[in-house]
Write a protein that binds this ligand. Structure first.
Ligand code: GLA
Length: 405
């Protein structure tokens, strides 16, 4: 039977209409989203001038060019009350020119703009949340020119997560502006199982805090160190892919961890294909912070078009051996030292022959030889024909790109 062009068009339109929000706009997050967010460094102490300076710094430092294109305002941008029409409004002391004018500036700089709200009636910091105002708020964000929405999960007793996030995704769809939707539900309701149709990324854990390996933390609410967050990713890799990502939370690189810890933290977020949302003061970055955040060879591991997160293949005491399949039959290979003490290790390549059931690819050091490129020293280090002796400083990583010779 031959279909008319009209019928085919109609079917295509109907299919598109039935498609869930995130699937309609997968191109917004084909690879893990990259940008900066105000929360880790400023909390609610944000204002127009600071944010404009951040935008300037994102451009002049090369961050924007390296791919960090979203500038996201987190909690604390709002006034304590909605206006008389029920619209969310910015705190007029912090943002005297208003959000629209700020967004125009951000766009003029070549960046995209992200905003924050919450599925509860109040945000985590106590500002008005979007519960009951989803459509109105989504319209407001679209009218302002927002490109990214982080949607939090405070004050949500008796609210069903899947419903609340789905409502906001429908509201965004009705507002008719492609807005990247980021669910911040802390992994409480296993969002990886249902989030793909609703959002482009979902937090997998509670909040990160400035610690590499502590298991005890100083806050009343539960927060997680870098290593704890890595451990909590176990079993989640097959839920991520183009248009839908496991979000390991905003980075703490540049906020006071040691250089080794910063490098390990950044590398592991890339090995796990997490969104890379910076959380430091990009207006004043040390040389070592810049070297880490602007290492495009490492960013390329995160952004690899095969879009498959890595996995821990083997451990030896506190050493962990991680692999991430890449496009063109390449692999990223990361050795993570969780101990504070330096370790020596001899890599006997054939111990690492493996088959990845998700990528459906094998790494076979018996039959194939791979060249080794060290992505932190930017040097070629021979190939996998001979065993390799390595020394890994405490709380650090070695990261190689392996390519078939
Ligand atoms: C929650 C989120 C954080 C941050 C704060 C803001 O804790 O998980 O990422 O957005 O709220 O209040």
């Amino acid at each position: 039977m031959k279909r008319s062009r009209f019928t085919t068009g109609l079917i295509a339109t109907l299919l598109l209409c039935n498609m869930a929000y995130a699937q309609k706009y997968p191109h917004l997050a084909e690879t893990p989203p990259m940008g900066w967010s105000s929360w880790n460094i400023f909390q609610v102490s944000i204002d127009e001038n600071t944010i404009k300076e951040v935008a300037d710094a994102m451009v002049t430092s090369g961050l924007c060019e390296a791919g960090y294109t979203y500038l996201n305002l987190d909690d604390g941008w709002q006034a304590t009350q909605r206006d008389e029409s029920g619209n969310l409004q910015a705190d007029s002391e912090k943002f005297p020119s208003g959000i629209k004018s700020l967004i125009d500036y951000i766009h003029y700089k070549g960046l995209k703009f992200g905003i924050y709200s919450c599925a509860g009636p109040q945000t985590c910091a106590g500002y008005p949340g979007s519960r009951g105002y989803e459509y109105q708020d989504a319209r407001q964000f679209a009218n302002w020119g927002v490109d990214f929405l982080k949607y939090d999960w405070c004050h949500t007793k008796n609210i069903v997560a899947q419903e609340a996030y789905s409502t906001m995704s429908k509201a965004l769809e009705a507002a008719k502006r492609p807005i990247l939707f980021s669910m911040c539900e802390w992994g409480q309701n296993e969002p990886w199982k249902w989030g793909k149709e609703i959002a482009h990324m979902w937090r997998t854990t509670g909040d990160i805090w400035l610690s590499f390996n502590d298991t005890i933390q100083p806050f009343a609410f539960k927060t997680y160190s870098v290593l704890q967050i890595i451990d909590l990713q176990h079993g989640l890799r097959h839920y991520a892919g183009p248009g839908h990502w496991n979000d390991l939370d905003m980075l703490e690189v540049g906020n006071g961890l040691t250089e080794n810890e910063d490098r390990a933290h950044f590398t592991m977020w890339c090995m796990l294909a997490s969104p890379l949302i910076l959380g430091n003061d990009v207006r004043q970055m040390s040389e070592s912070t810049k070297k880490i955040l602007l290492n495009t060879e490492v960013i390329d591991i995160d952004q690899d078009p095969l879009c498959i997160p890595g996995f821990r293949h083997m451990t030896d005491g506190e050493l962990e051996f991680w692999f991430k399949p890449l496009s063109h039959d390449e692999w990223a290979f990361c050795i993570l030292n969780r101990s504070t003490k330096e370790r020596e290790y001899i890599i006997e390549w054939q111990d690492f022959n493996l088959y990845d059931t998700i990528a459906k690819k094998s790494l076979n050091f018996t039959d194939d030889t791979y060249t080794l490129r060290n992505l932190w020293t930017h040097k070629a280090e021979g190939d996998t024909q001979k065993n390799k002796k390595i020394t890994i400083p405490g709380n650090d990583v070695i990261l190689y790109r392996l390519s078939v010779k």
